[in-house]
Design a protein around this ligand. Structure first.
Ligand code: A4P
Ligand code: MG
Length: 176
């Protein structure tokens, strides 16, 4: 994971000087079969299309909320010159290409792609909210994220991914 850490340091440093592509952490979820197969096989195919510089392992997780069936979840780190609104448009197109149709919020889905963090801090432009407003409360995002970038600092809370995961999962945690 040295490569990701180095790339993150470099992206954050160089962006201050106004160059270099951005790094993004993208969370992937699926709890419905696609033409690629099971949710795990679907994530494997989608991960390849994102051309990531690092990927977490794919975990089976119980559904949070009313989505019913359990999920396959993973996180990918990608490098791109796109801004968050442009990247979200690409991710939505990929979701559609995998057969996702608009439906009930939190309903079963073939593929969900969420932007969790990017190397430029908070995004206050059009489109997505970055950091993702719910990621601090979700072990199915924080665990794979911590596998890849434990020292990446959430620009809103000021805590690292490792600290956010500890806060969520420690036995006496108050934030659940
Ligand atoms: N949007 C705003 N910010 C972002 C962002 N940072 N990244 C907007 C991506 N999208 C963002 O998303 C709804 C709207 O959020 C979009 O129009 C986008 O512009 P969506 O993906 O179309 O709909 P959704 O997935 O039903 O909503 P959302 O809020 O993404 O749901 P979540 O929060 O992803 O929750 N349990 C387990 N174990 N694993 C899961 O992956 N996922 C969900 C869905 C519930 N339970 C789960 C899991
Ligand atoms: Mg989503």
């Amino acid at each position: 994971m040295q490569k990701v850490r180095r790339a993150l340091r470099q992206a954050q440093g160089e962006r201050e000087l106004g160059s270099a592509p951005c790094l993004y952490a993208i969370a992937l979820g699926s709890n419905r079969r696609s033409r690629h197969g099971s949710p795990t096989e679907t994530l494997r195919a989608a991960l390849a299309e994102l051309r990531p510089i690092a990927v977490s392992r794919i975990r089976s997780t119980p559904a949070l909320g009313p989505a019913g069936r359990g999920f396959a979840n993973a996180v990918a780190i990608i490098e791109t010159g796109l801004e968050p609104d442009e990247l979200l448009a690409e991710l939505k197109a990929l979701e559609r290409a995998y057969g996702r149709r608009p439906g009930r919020r939190w309903g079963p889905r073939v593929l969900d792609l969420d932007i969790i963090l990017w190397s430029d801090g908070p995004w206050d432009g059009p489109g997505p909210i970055v950091p993702h407003p719910e990621f601090r409360n979700r072990a199915f995002v924080l665990k794979p994220l911590a596998e890849l970038v434990p020292d990446w600092r959430d620009p809103v809370s000021g805590l690292t991914v490792r600290q956010l995961l500890f806060r969520l999962t420690a036995p006496c945690a108050t934030h659940r």
